[in-house]
Design a protein around this ligand. Structure first.
Ligand SMILES: Cc1cc2nc3c(=O)[nH]c(=O)nc-3n(C[C@H](O)[C@H](O)[C@H](O)COP(=O)(O)O)c2cc1C
Length: 282
């Protein structure tokens, strides 16, 4: 039996993210074993930016629960990531997790290409802001392949299925997770490379703010259609990119050692400027 990991990025028990993930998982055929992680229940500390995980084969110096989540991710056959929009962005615990994911770079073989569904919950129609892009970026950063992404509008806990709404969407998502397609479903207005829906306008057309692919926007009778070329460097995607990036980051250590003295001189100039609030030890 396949294992699906539900990553719940909401503090609300039995909130919309949770029930949507459970409903989708229950509709996957053949039946799957659903394992759940509520990120807010765990002790997840912010990344310290020390890069020691890369030198230690993925082991972090911070002693908290992040390893549990990454181990579960490596074991799973598929992932459903769901989180609410808070003030136009995805709930912060998802970013806290993703910021720790340099730990996963040495484990690219175990994570790369796992199918994922990305679900953004939002309480006000049309006010999901950049949350879908945050969550698609999170999925790609974790090495996942987005098979489908969707924003579901519902405010009250459970409202997601009030009067039976969104059950069809749940069915569609359930089908998409293990569907044998190489590309994510290119819904109108979404990036055909990664499935995200956040773009910047650049001189040559548009750039996907998640996978960094570039291309053109065409307004068709059905709606906006995007043709996007994947980023040549494969930014955030693929096992090869991940392993290369880990090497590049390790190479930065040599550069740091080379310039250590000059760098120290620069920062020490700023040491006694300003007054720190709180109990920060300077
Ligand atoms: C502090 C806070 C900020 C929110 N900000 C937004 C927002 O910017 N846009 C929006 O559409 N909904 C917003 N919401 C509503 C939630 O996204 C919505 O209720 C969602 O269904 C919650 O999902 P959950 O039940 O899984 O926690 C906010 C809710 C809270 C508590």
């Amino acid at each position: 039996m396949r294992t699906v990991l539900g990553l719940i990025g909401s503090p609300r028990r039995l909130g919309n993210s949770e029930v949507l993930v459970k409903e989708i998982a229950a509709r996957i055929e053949p039946a799957v074993d659903l394992q759940l992680v509520r990120l807010t229940d765990l002790d997840l500390k912010p990344c310290r930016g020390c890069y020691q995980c890369l030198e230690k084969g993925g082991e972090c110096v911070i002693k908290d629960d992040v390893g549990q989540v990454f181990d579960a991710l490596c074991r799973a056959d598929g992932v459903i990531l769901a989180a609410p929009t808070y003030f136009l962005g995805a709930y912060g615990v998802v970013k806290t997790l993703v910021d720790r994911s340099n730990m996963l770079l040495p484990r690219a073989e175990e994570t790369d290409g796992k199918p994922a569904l990305v679900l953004t919950l939002a309480g006000v129609t049309g006010r999901d802001g950049r949350a879908p892009a945050d969550l698609c970026g999170a999925a790609l950063t974790l090495g996942l392949t987005i098979k489908a992404q969707r924003t579901v509008f519902a405010a009250l806990p459970g409202e997601v299925f009030l009067a039976g709404q969104n059950l069809d969407a749940a069915q569609e998502m359930a089908r998409a997770l293990f569907e044998p397609t190489a590309e994510p479903a290119a819904a109108l207005g979404t990036c055909p490379v990664c499935g995200a829906n956040a773009f910047a306008f650049i001189e040559a057309g548009v750039k996907c703010l998640v996978c960094q692919g570039r291309g053109q926007l065409e307004m068709t009778a059905d709606g906006p259609r995007l043709s996007i070329e994947a980023d040549a460097e494969g930014f955030l995607s693929g096992k090869e990119w991940r392993l290369r990036h880990a090497d590049w980051l390790l190479g930065m250590k040599a550069r740091f050692m080379e310039h250590k003295k000059e760098l120290k001189e620069i920062v020490l100039e700023y040491r006694h400027q300003g007054q720190w609030l709180g109990k920060q030890d300077q």
